[in-house]
Design a protein around this ligand. Sequence first.
Ligand SMILES: [Zn+2]
Length: 341
Amino acid sequence: VARVTIEEARALCRASPVVDAHCDTLLKLGDGPGRGLGVARDDTHIDLPRLEGAGVAAQFFACYVETEPGARRALGRALQLIEAFHREVADSRGRLMAVTGVAGVWDAFHRGKVAGLLTLEGGAALQGYLSALKAFYRLGVRGVTLTWNFRNELADGVLETRTGGGLTRFGVEVVEEMGRLGMLVDVSHLSEAGFWQVLELARGPVVATHSNARAVCDHPRNLSDEQIKALAAKGGVMGLNAAPGFVRKTSGFSDSDARNEGATLGDLLDHAEHVIGLAGVDCLGLGLDFDGISSTPDGLEDVSRLPNLVLGLLERGHGPKTVTSLLGGNFLRVMKEVGMD
Ligand SMILES: [Zn+2]
């Protein structure tokens, strides 16, 4: 074990922009004092004080839309969450900046602010309208996770196991339009058939914002070695996910596994090392899924523990260059490549 300190890890988190590509914190925000992002809270994994303390320069905020029967209409729900994000930006008095690309992230980084970026988790929010995608873009949305776990108008999700279909005609149109607009096409949660079609179709790199390696933890939400190699070959990035069920094999299945059954930060680092050995570090990033998961690995209890992850990488002998590309450099590269200047 290399001799490094948590202070060195903290310094690395501040040396270059840290980017986390997925959280569901918008779903945890309510109205009224103390219910927003601005003050320290104990019922979430993320708030502004902890993002600032951990040195996170850019946080992607997902607008997750329920697709189960009885769920609120997806388009309206996404608009509610987008409005909640912009309200948080306004309430933060400059601490949280709404940004849409790399220049905004660097600006926030240099000014010691947190850049917030909007994504949709589930193309169901489009309700079948390409015009909705364009309108969401104008509202600042720069990424779309094409599906959640089940079927929507774009494609089958990864748990749609009895059909396992790929993209629909509308799904193809959405991926093509996202390429024209300059948005991140996110294949986390997507069926395998859909994954390979998107890789074929996308003009630029593709991301899996919050998925781990299936070879380390055999879960359908994680990516196979073949998927990881293909994603990397197109210049894409996958974000490490802290959901215990995706980190270490347990009985849990969904994104929101109720309990952590023994997953540790070390287990998550095993995923990182597997991917580095398989495809190189350039395809690795962070998409820790905070506030979309109800439990966390030991040692990575919330975003304030991010320096622990860095310390673990340093202890395993990875150098600062590897660490900073994983912490954010790779996602920034992809953002630029898809046109998110
Ligand atoms: Zn998710």
